[in-house]
Write a protein that binds this ligand. Structure first.
Ligand SMILES: [Zn+2]
Length: 335
């Protein structure tokens, strides 16, 4: 236990092959193709070698299918936290009414508990989708934390890139209109806070670079590494330094495609970095996470949430992130 180091968390959104195809508007997702049998042994070995226990945000639909049960059980039996990543993984969750949102969260929770034995207490919305309706459901169901907010200005650019590399109809694009967030998301707080008072749901944002609000999650670092590996690692080191200076305890995000490469033959060639071999990706992710662990005591999201004091700032609504209001709020958050 490296208790002298500040706490930081690590999570992996276990988006499956079918959920990428579905969001991208590709055929074939309806049979729920899965790469969990390739991915899970690889990531379990990776984290065991580093003695890391992290949070896997799992999609309920995967737990509903027998073929994924062994892989999902293995995550829990290796000591990792299971988080709720909705049932259907629809990044347009924010368009649903409260009843449908409740169903998405409850159904996923039930399937995950049945298969992994863990009652989820943390949630991350698909595509960083988050609304007041989601917050209310999570509070009602006794969740400890939400981790759906992604404070970056680059969301709209990522969405344009994504649309340019897809064959989505105009209706599909409209449905996915909030994918990766809006410009005003860049003004959301970076440090943890609570919704509605000191007993409210805790929000742990996905960490982006303090001040500049550029992404620092591993898929982005891998993307930079295609330009230069030393540029990518320097960028990551600088981001962590800014976290230390501004007092941000980081929460870093991983995706399955950080560990899967062209040699795994899982398709998804529209995704940046899928031209690289898996071994190259795993090596770089290892290098970056070793930097992370050398500076922070890296724990799962639940442990991170429990280490955060009651007295963090509070917010009242997931809406109204106008740049001006958010900027004023930001000043009071001082990050
Ligand atoms: Zn996801």
């Amino acid at each position: 236990m490296n208790s002298h180091k500040p706490t930081a968390s690590l999570s992996l959104d276990l988006d499956n092959q079918w959920s990428y195809l579905k969001t991208h508007g590709d055929r074939g997702w309806e049979s729920f193709p899965s790469y969990l049998d390739i991915l899970v042994p690889r990531v379990l070995d990776f984290f065991a070698k580093r003695s890391l226990r992290i949070t896997f945000f799992v999609v309920g639909q995967d737990a509903a299918l027998e073929k994924n049960h062994d892989a999902l059980r293995a995550l829990a039996s290796n000591g990792h936290e299971i988080g709720n990543h909705s049932f259907s993984h629809e990044p347009w969750l924010h368009l649903y009414d409260a009843q449908k949102v409740e169903e998405e969260i409850r159904l996923s929770e039930e399937h995950l508990a049945r298969v992994t034995g863990q009652r989820t207490i943390g949630f991350r919305g698909p595509g960083f989708s988050f609304t007041d309706a989601t917050r209310q459901v999570l509070e009602h169901r006794g969740y400890l934390y939400d981790a759906s907010t992604f404070p970056t200005y680059l969301g709209p650019l990522a969405r344009i890139y994504y649309f340019l590399h897809s064959n989505l109809s105009s209706q599909d694009r409209k449905q996915r209109g909030a994918l990766f967030g809006s410009l005003s998301d860049g003004f959301r707080p970076l440090k943890p806070y609570r919704w509605n008072g000191k007993d409210g749901l805790l929000e742990i944002p996905v960490t982006t670079m303090p001040i500049l609000r550029l992404p620092i999650h591993l898929s982005y670092i891998l993307y930079l590494s295609e330009l230069s590996v030393s540029l990518a690692t320097s960028y990551f080191r600088m981001s962590l330094q800014l976290c230390s200076i501004t007092g941000v305890s980081p929460s870093l995000l991983l995706h399955p495609l950080d560990f899967l490469g062209c040699d795994d033959k899982v398709g998804l060639n529209f995704f940046p970095g899928m031209n690289l071999a898996a071994s190259r990706k795993v090596q770089l992710v290892g290098r970056v996470l070793d930097i992370y662990s050398s500076q922070f005591n890296v724990v799962c999201m639940k442990e991170h949430a429990l280490s955060i004091p009651k007295s963090v700032p509070t917010l009242n609504s997931a809406k109204s992130f106008s740049p001006r209001a958010a900027r004023n709020r930001e000043m009071s958050f001082n990050d």
